[in-house]
Design a protein around this ligand. Structure first.
Ligand code: GAF
Length: 382
């Protein structure tokens, strides 16, 4: 594995000895169920064959030394016995510091280590490069020190680091799938109970991720606004989470609601149902139904949740035209740019790409990028 070799070589060069272990945690693509995680609803992601890799070794003291190969080999060093504070300028370092800090609050039976990090999850594309970094660090510490922590607990530590240390108010989907992904399977995740159900991917189905390469800018502030609007929606119905509001209750009272909040609520309630329906469609290999649900999901993100941008809508439309009835496409991830996921028969990959030709570029002036993915293993030794 190329990344493993890269990390191992850099480790030996930098620290002057060979690493004892190497771990990986993947990025993810969400097939359906967007913004439902922080409403305690359902999501259906799969881990992808793009990862963050960490080569590491235990130290005798409490010092943590880190090299970020992809950031011009910048280094960070801190003691896990001292109060862990944010690094003033290196954002990447705060993911490491944040995970170490939250892990220690939960279980302090670990000490220092040396580590080298590198990855190939596209950054800023909505494929969860941050979650894969958090879960890779958590897994490396858990495995090296044999800590009694489950993958779900590692995921929760990663989320806590991102929420309270890095300052991004994300839900639990990305860390959970990075920790628990399975080869050739998607995972239906109940974001309230954290129960999971694996769903075998149809053998002859391609998972094609298409990056719109439209820069995501509003994502932080708008993400938080959506969370607040969902909270307001739940409060309107006297519930703690939209998970507990039914479509019937909503239909009966939607006219009394603030119209924007009503649209946000409609997206979450219908998206939860679509996610459950899509789980069945995927399990049955019903690409036509899957495509219909993906199209509805995209429309709902565009018109009700208002998290798409014209460039991404355009890309989805072009892919839907190219794919036709047997499969589908929708924006995936937090929104405001980023990637589209397309599902269709594997034998059609070249045909679909050829049908796209330069149409997206001709309309938007931006060149899209393709990543043909495999549903992959969650965090593991490599
Ligand atoms: C981002 C968040 F990190 C996830 O928790 C989830 O809310 C997603 O956006 C939207 O479905 O990836």
């Amino acid at each position: 594995m190329e990344l493993k070799q890269r990390c191992n070589t850099h480790f030996t060069q930098h620290f002057g000895y060979a690493p004892t272990d190497t771990f990986q945690a993947p990025g993810r693509v969400n097939l359906i169920g967007e913004h439902t995680d922080y409403n305690q609803g359902f999501v259906l992601p799969c881990a992808i064959n793009y990862q963050t890799v960490i080569s590491c070794a235990k130290r005798e003291d409490a010092i943590i030394r880190v090299v970020a190969v992809d950031y011009e080999e910048q280094t960070d060093e801190f003691s896990c016995l001292e109060p862990i504070v944010a690094h003033p300028s290196m954002m990447w370092a705060n993911y490491v510091r944040g995970v170490v800090k939250h892990l220690r609050q939960h279980n302090d039976q670990f000490g220092g280590m040396d580590m080298v990090i590198s990855g190939n999850v596209p950054q800023g594309a909505g494929l969860s490069s941050s979650a894969s970094l958090e879960v890779a660090i958590g897994t490396a510490i858990q495995q090296l020190w044999k800590l009694a922590l489950t993958p779900a607990e590692i995921a929760l530590m990663g989320q806590a680091a991102e929420n309270h240390f890095v300052g991004c108010n994300c839900g639990i989907m990305d860390q959970m799938i990075s920790a628990l992904g399975q080869n050739d399977h998607a995972l239906l995740l109940d974001c309230r109970t954290l129960e999971t159900q694996s769903v075998a991917m149809p053998k002859d189905m391609a998972v094609l991720i298409v990056n719109s390469n439209f820069r995501r800018t509003l994502v932080g502030s708008e993400y938080n606004t959506r969370r607040e609007q969902c909270q307001q929606g739940a409060a309107f119905f006297g519930k703690t989470a939209l998970r507990d509001v039914s479509l019937q209750e909503f239909s009966a009272r939607q006219n009394e609601m603030d119209p924007i909040v009503a649209k946000r609520v409609r997206h979450i309630l219908t998206e939860n149902q679509r996610t459950l329906d899509a789980t069945q469609a995927l399990a049955m290999g019903d690409l036509q139904r899957m495509g219909e649900l993906m199209a509805e999901s995209h429309r709902s993100m565009r018109d009700d949740f208002e998290i798409t941008v014209p460039q991404v809508d355009q890309l989805v439309e072009l892919l839907q035209q190219a794919i036709g009835q047997h499969g589908g496409a929708r924006m995936t991830g937090g929104g405001f740019g980023g990637c589209v996921v397309a599902l269709f028969a594997a034998e059609r990959v070249s045909q679909i790409k050829a049908a796209m030709a330069n149409s997206y570029h001709a309309i938007t002036g931006i060149q899209e990028t393709y990543y043909l993915c495999r549903a992959s293993q969650g965090a593991s030794q490599c």
